[in-house]
Structure formats: structure tokens, C-alpha cells
Design a protein around this ligand. Structure first.
Ligand code: ADP
Length: 161
């Protein structure tokens, strides 16, 4: 069974993430979307369980996609889950340097796991969770960039603040 892990903070999941998940679910037998608990990023808008819940709602119909939590070293998690690949999305050249460094470091620590990069549809290449949060905070429309459950959750979260 070919299993891949797609790690990230997903705060919140956007159409760019969804695009990458759909592409990868056609390439692998199982895709684990691994939500980082994010000790360094204490500034998450959504709690860990809210982020997981939103991804589960969005991926409900995808048979081979599972959502899990992870903390600690990604390669340890990938080994435990017997994954052969780590999946990352590449948007622009600006992603490249960081991703290149991470991929080579992960390969050094675990040569048996390949990092695979997928590009989303062009219209999602400028999308990021932080930009979406900023637009939502300023009262702008986010419906075109995130699944509808995420747009509703953003509205409710910002209203509550
Ligand atoms: P991280 O904190 O690990 O960067 P993110 O949730 O921001 O977590 O992103 C997880 C992965 O998804 C990263 O590989 C990132 O490059 C990718 N990604 C984020 N937004 C997009 C997008 N719009 N299109 C394609 N890939 C994306």
C-alpha cells in the first residue's frame, strides 16, 4: 500500500490545500492529512480540534483520505505510519528554499521516505491560510478561496472575538 503524509498547520484549510489533497488522493492508496499541533505557532486562529474538524468535513467524501494529529518529528510519524512519501504543496518560488531545506533534511534523517511536491491550480497559487485570515479579519469576501464550512467558521470565529 502506498501511503503519503500531508503535514501542515491548516489554520484553516483553504482551496489550495484541498486541490493538493485531491491530486494526491489519486496518486496514493492512502493519504494522511497530518495536522501539526504547532507549539511554535501559538497564534493559531483555530484550535487544533477545530482545524481537524474542518478538514474532516471537507474531506468527508474522499474515501482514502484520513485526518490525524501529529507532533514531534515528521519522519518519526511517517515511519510509525509506514508512509513512503511526505507530500508538500508548492505555490511559488518563495516556498522553494524552505521546502528544499526541509526535504533534504528529512531525507538525511530517513532516506526511505521521499518528499513529493504538487502544484495546485494556478488560481490557488497565491492562496495562503494567513492571507485568508487577514482578508476575513478586514471584512473581505473569502468564499471563493475556502470551502463553505470554513467561510462560515471564519465568520463565526471573528464575530466571537
Ligand atoms: P505549514 O505551517 O506547514 O506551512 P500550511 O498549512 O500553511 O502549513 O501548509 C501545508 C502545506 O500546504 C505546505 O506544503 C504548503 O506549501 C501547502 N500549501 C498551502 N497553501 C497552498 C496552496 N494555496 N496551494 C498549494 N499548496 C499549498
Amino acid at each position: 500500500m502506498r501511503r503519503a503524509i500531508y503535514p501542515g498547520s491548516f489554520d484553516p484549510i483553504t482551496n489550495g490545500h484541498v486541490d493538493v489533497i485531491c491530486r494526491a488522493s489519486r496518486l496514493f492508496d492512502e493519504l494522511i492529512v497530518a495536522v501539526a499541533s504547532n507549539e511554535q505557532k501559538k497564534t493559531s486562529l483555530f484550535s487544533f480540534s477545530e482545524r481537524v474538524d474542518l478538514i474532516e468535513q471537507v474531506c468527508r467524501d474522499a474515501r482514502n483520505v484520513v485526518v490525524m494529529h501529529f507532533d514531534g518529528l515528521l519522519v518519526d510519524f511517517a515511519r510509525q505510519r509506514e508512509a513512503s512519501a511526505i507530500l508538500r504543496g508548492l505555490r511559488a518560488v518563495s516556498d522553494f528554499e524552505f521546502e528544499f531545506q526541509m526535504a533534504l533534511m528529512n531525507r538525511k534523517m530517513e532516506p526511505g521516505i521521499e518528499t513529493v511536491f504538487l502544484m495546485p491550480r494556478e488560481e490557488y497559487t497565491y492562496l495562503s491560510s494567513s492571507l485568508i485570515k487577514e482578508i476575513a479579519r478586514l471584512g473581505g469576501p473569502v468564499e471563493a478561496f475556502v470551502p463553505s464550512c470554513v467561510a462560515k467558521a471564519l465568520e463565526a470565529k471573528l464575530r466571537a472575538k
